[in-house]
Design a protein around this ligand. Structure first.
Ligand SMILES: [Zn+2]
Length: 283
């Protein structure tokens, strides 16, 4: 029960808030504004007051990114096992599956964006922090190989804390494996576009995520190898307040552009059109 206000009485506003069904209101973690959930949904889960971008699940991300009804999933049945017999890993996998309805932390497939046919991958942070396991790496590599076969560009939308520690070296190995697949895509002359969402860190940032031909980020996404706390503990230099945020990375040339969520679909469509259109001979 809410505590009485300053003058020993609850304000009318407090009383009104208490009568609202739970879940209809949410507090912005950035500016503390109280937001009406359906309005927030309509605004693509971006705070109308401060522009804070809430995390999206893979389905929400898919809906706002690709042309309606065009998505066809690849390899939905590829799933992780527990190769090291790591304590509690099986139950964490189960929870990840329940949270997302996916078998792994990334969904891959083929879709159109702005009318351009493309291979797409979308990570979901709600599946064990979007971490990269053997099955994640396998799905990314298969998607890229499919793109090479079909002659299509690749768009990967990242959200990950890094490699999945429960699979040890097998997870770390996916860094090299996915990066090698990206090199094959490059050799085939096909565009590779990456979109960082909050957070894109560690082993994922240090492999397939940071080697896109064009790298886009959502505003204020945490992006980098190690976070602010780890860097501060290393005490190599004074850590600025916006360290490892998208704006900091843009300033330092690590990403190409920051694009607000409501402009992302159009921006991707334009880039895909531009990067896949044929250059007339002789120009
Ligand atoms: Zn806000």
């Amino acid at each position: 029960m809410a505590r009485d206000g300053w003058f020993g009485r609850r304000s009318q506003a407090q009383k009104n808030l208490e009568q609202v069904p739970e879940g209809l209101w949410t507090k912005c973690p950035e500016c503390s504004a109280i937001l009406f959930a359906p309005e927030l949904e309509k605004n693509l889960k971006v705070c109308p007051r401060c522009g804070h971008h809430y995390r999206l699940n893979w389905q929400e991300r898919l809906d706002i990114t690709v042309d309606s009804g065009t998505f066809v999933e690849f390899d939905g049945g590829v799933t992780s096992v527990d190769p090291l017999g790591f304590p509690d890993y099986e139950s964490k996998l189960e929870k990840g599956r329940r949270n997302t309805g996916l078998e792994e932390s990334i969904v891959t497939g083929r879709a159109a964006i702005g009318g351009c046919d493309t291979v797409i991958g979308i990570a979901d942070f709600a599946f064990i922090g979007g971490s990269m396991a053997s099955a994640t790496g396998e799905k990314i590599v298969r998607a890229i190989e499919r793109a090479v076969e079909l002659g299509l560009p690749v768009v990967l939308i990242t959200a990950s804390g890094g490699a999945r520690m429960f699979e040890g070296l097998l997870a770390l190995m996916q860094m090299a494996k996915t990066a090698a697949a990206c090199a094959r895509l490059k050799s085939a002359g096909l565009p590779y576009i990456v979109v960082f969402t909050d957070p894109t860190m560690a082993g994922v940032h240090a492999s397939y995520a940071s080697i896109g031909d064009i790298i886009i980020s959502e505003p204020k996404a945490l992006v980098g190898l190690a976070g602010q706390r780890v860097a501060a503990q290393a005490q190599v230099a004074k850590v600025p307040a916006n360290f490892q945020r998208a704006e900091f990375q843009l300033e330092h040339g690590m990403i190409d552009m920051i694009v607000p969520r409501r402009e992302l679909r159009d921006t991707l469509g334009k880039i895909l059109k531009w990067s896949t259109s044929e250059v007339p001979v002789g120009r």
